[in-house]
Design a protein around this ligand. Sequence first.
Ligand code: GLC
Length: 446
Amino acid sequence: MSTPSVPAFGLSAARAILRGNWRDGFTVPSPRLYPFQWNWDSGFIALGLAYTEPGRALAEIRSMFAGQWATGLLPSINFHRPDANYFPGPEVWRSSEAAAAPAGIATTGITQPPVFAFVLERLLTTPVAQLPEWPAFLAEIYPKVLAFHRYLYTKRDPEGEGLVYIQHNWESGTDNSPAWDAVFAAMDLRGCRDVSQLRRDIRNVDASHRPTHEQYKAYIGLVDLFVRLGYDDTAIARESPFLVQDVLFNSLLARSNQSLLRLGDRLGFPSAEVADWNRRTLAAINRKLWDEEAGHYFSFDLRGQRLLRIRTSSGFGPLFAGAASPAQANRLAAGLTAEFRGGPDWSGCPSTAPSEAAFNPVKYWRGPIWINLNWLIYHGLFRSGHGALAERVKADAIALMERWGGFEYFDPRPVTAGGADQGLGADNFSWTAALYLDFALNAAPL
Ligand code: GLC
């Protein structure tokens, strides 16, 4: 990739994005496409705020946990204030009718990958840890993160396997991954309403990069089902067609458990429960989600009782969790440099391997490079002894951002093979800016 003489992006541009997306207490992922507070975005964003305005990192996390339900569920979105430029908004989720939802704030009734424990641990290596209010803040948030994990282990693991399931593709974080296609293909859409006229996403970005109307029908069909079932997890586990043990979600949960253990030690919290979760999840990831023949990890479809064998970047999650053995890590590293690269000049780790039939280099989670996944893969490779490859992933991610700017995602093809413009989706994207800062300013391993 050629380097332009004036980078499109750098430390001050990243800081400016975070400043511009701050909304008096929390940060929107991007002003145009995502006008509320998102769960895992908020965790990554806190890592960037740590280097710009450390006090805001605490406010960001605190306002995310203001949406936590009495069950412990941490919602995927807090609708802090109304904004008509998004669908599905609070009128679809109807959280105010759910007994467990918090008073005074509308939220969704589903969650996103559990990042906050490792985010809190990483904040220890940033200027945030110098704030006088940090120790009290940590003691305040720790039990809330613990309650979230306890919710996952008690409500989302009915067979006690050590693997929790997601109820919706929007809980995976990798919303439009081709891994979910087989699950949706088996879903009966006859009772689902058509929402094509209500969508806002396709008015704000290129519709060909976004999910289809048929996919949206299924997505909203699931939400309508949850509302009808009063967000009762037992009823959802019984009736819903979408129950998936997602490999990235469980990997981040395991890694977060490890952070909870270390943070709990400092704070004097008992650790047996968390240690047990950690052991069981690490073992179950390898028992159930590893495919020896493919040399990759996949998610498991509980309804169809099958592995969803599509190579996606989520399959590198177990490196970050410390679940992969040295032999498994070697296979993953080899796969990253073979199946995940379409040619010698390709950079970074695409969200879906170019060797997959479903690969699409410009479509939302079906090929483009996402900075948060590349940041997780960098730390995962580093943790499992693949430092040189880790540095390459990091250098590629930084080069993409500096060349194109703070976009939501990037076309993985080199300019020679792809379009003229590799920066895609929303611009001024908060976690891209935040993780650029963390990449550039914090060399500590995670
Ligand atoms: C998209 C992504 C999801 C993210 C959200 C807000 O829906 O798939 O992971 O949290 O945007 O940025």
